[in-house]
Design a protein around this ligand. Sequence first.
Ligand SMILES: N[C@@H](CCC(=O)N[C@@H](CS)C(=O)NCC(=O)O)C(=O)O
Length: 219
Amino acid sequence: MKPVLYAHPFSSYCQKVLTALYENGTDFEYRLLDHNDAETLLDFETRWPIKRFPILVDGDRQVMEATVLIEYLGLHYPGPVKLIPEDPDKAIEVRMLDRFFDNYVSTPQQKIVFNAIRQEADRDPYGVREARDMLERAYAWLDRHMEGRVWASGDTFTLADCAAGPFLFYADWTHAIDPALTHVHAYRKRLLDRPSFARAVDEGRPFRKYFPLGAPDRD
Ligand SMILES: N[C@@H](CCC(=O)N[C@@H](CS)C(=O)NCC(=O)O)C(=O)O
């Protein structure tokens, strides 16, 4: 029996989990959330009325939240790449950085994109300014953090890097990372060169025309 992933290839949170799956060559069934496939959408929305993806279904078990999917895969479908260190103390830093990328890079990035697809009257310029300010602070902190590092935590590729890949990818499209932040740019490039994340990016390529702010002609 294979775990079933309900996902879409252009979604950052799905790319986060796909990166983890590809790192370990984990076999899984891809259930594509396509707006033309009403049956799969209904199945997904019944399973998770919050309607945020991805989710993973493994027999009787259903797991939500991208980070937790990666935790679950590491426990039940372990592979050669340990995305969460076995040393619990090292794992704390990995989880902390995963939260950093989720809360302070992806959340403000999504806020700006969601705002752009609203009706004019429902837009929230103050919220967008706050989100841009948060991204500026997150980029600046990350630049100092990444100085002298290859990956976000420790010497190996971890859960935190699975998050960083898609979140920095779309964050830079949404609110450009200052060219002076060379450590962040080098890290983003390193992530794009990582075969697992590069594959996830390639699978999302056909959907770039749907990026609400307009996808730049790069990456
Ligand atoms: N907290 C969730 C967030 C997932 C999320 O925001 N997914 C986006 C796709 S990248 C989504 O479901 N968007 C659909 C919507 O907002 O209606 C996680 O960590 O998995």
